[in-house]
Design a protein around this ligand. Structure first.
Ligand code: SAM
Length: 235
């Protein structure tokens, strides 16, 4: 059987998935988030934080991408839509289009998401909500967030960030999660659509700190099915 081609990528792209995509990926129920703090790690130009803040939820995003001039950051995210849309169109046959419909609809969703991100990111209200920060060290206090999500960074870029980085990153996400709170990560496959060989080892190393579960995701797209990793921090 022919091997599915890997997504061609040098460095880490800053993409802009929408709130709706996050909702499906992570099984988010917005009303249940009221009263707690939420963090989107490696948030890129996603509209997740903007949407949650508009719903009265105390949400933040952290990403090294937020360093520098905000207009230039939005322009870079717009260029990434062009780049990623061209790559996706060129290998459209490998993806599951049952949610997005077509490469054109996928692109339109990204453009709408970037617009919502840009409005919030460049507004006064968004000022303190987007922090320039990099795993494996984040500038937050212990036990702060009832929910921490990480979409399309951990595990996906395993060719650039190894096992040690992933263990330190997961420990950091658990440090800032509140007892009883959750860290959710998706997807669990690399850009070559392979599972990382060390995931079980990482979960064993974290077993005294968190209960791990693999939960189905409702965002069909990537060629290899992936579940969401949920880590519930012990109280
Ligand atoms: C593919 S994007 C994902 C953006 C968004 N979460 C989404 O799903 O559309 C990956 C993001 O990881 C960020 N990133 C790169 N290195 C990082 C690090 N060490 N810690 C946190 N984020 C990082 C990049 O800047 C980029 O915005």
């Amino acid at each position: 059987m022919e091997k599915t081609p890997a997504y061609p990528q040098t460095g880490v792209a800053s993409t802009c998935r929408s709130y709706e995509e996050y909702e499906r990926m992570f099984g988010i129920e917005t009303d249940k988030l009221l009263g707690g703090k939420v963090l989107d790690v490696a948030g890129g130009a996603s509209s997740f934080t903007a949407h949650l803040c508009a719903r009265g939820i105390d949400a933040f995003a952290a990403d090294p991408f937020y360093e520098g001039d905000r207009q230039a950051i939005v322009a870079a995210a717009a260029r990434e839509i062009d780049t990623s849309s061209a790559k996706i169109a060129a290998m459209a046959h490998v993806y599951d289009w049952s949610y997005y419909g077509s490469p054109e609809c996928h692109r339109r969703m990204r453009e709408a998401s970037l617009e919502a991100f840009a409005d919030h990111f460049q507004s006064e209200a968004g000022g303190g909500k987007y922090l320039a920060a990099s795993l494996p060290r984040l500038p937050f206090e212990d036990d702060m967030f009832s929910l921490v999500v990480c979409s399309h960074f951990l595990f996906l870029y395993a060719d650039q960030f190894g096992e040690r980085f992933h263990e330190e990153a997961l420990r950091e996400l658990l440090r800032i999660a509140a007892p009883g709170g959750e860290v959710r990560i998706y997807p669990l496959v690399t850009l070559a659509w392979e599972p990382v060989p060390y995931l079980d080892r990482l979960l064993r190393a974290l077993a005294s700190e968190a209960d791990a579960a693999f939960v189905p995701s409702s965002l069909p797209f990537v060629p290899r099915e992936s579940r969401v990793l949920t880590l519930r921090k012990r109280g």
